[in-house]
Write a new protein. Sequence first.
Length: 202
Amino acid sequence: MRLRRLVYLQSVTVLSGRNLHFPQVYRAKLRSDLIPPSHLTPKRSQLTGPAGLAPSILQPLAVVPTNAVAIKILHPRVEKMITRDLRIMSFFAHALTLIPGVQWLSLPEEVDVFGRMMREQLDLRNEGRNLVEFEKRFAGRRLPIMFPRPLDTWSTRNMLVEEYQNALSLEDFLRNGGGPYNDTLAEVGLDAFLVSLLISCL
């Protein structure tokens, strides 16, 4: 699949990690004839009734996706690098178990669990499925929290294509302060965390 046949790449790099373990994220525009029909309908509807009287910051936006997409691409050497790092960690974890008492920490087992989690992240399609699950779990809650929809047709193990979600960066609020929205932001953030941890177990 040739990427330039699918999108008009823009010069904007959304995220570029210096560490090669992190994928790079680019903003692009998908060719209009390649947009799936399911992405041409609103993802959320505005709240009605008493719920619709909530402050605008608490209103989920009725967004109609455009052809703007975000493309996340894994570095071609990332799998080899992670495998190497996990082998090094496993070596030292087993070596440390030779120290009396350290074996109770189960370091080799912890490295194995961490390794499985890292390998799952090497398949970006898993991230796409997680985005769908998050959106499903939060769709029924009265929170201004939305997740970009992945475009499964054009996504692969090494590349994830998802709709570009316009939003204010939380970093801006942390740097400049939220003003009158500080309490609301804290409430929304805590609610989202508890939903993920206790209700959805995500």
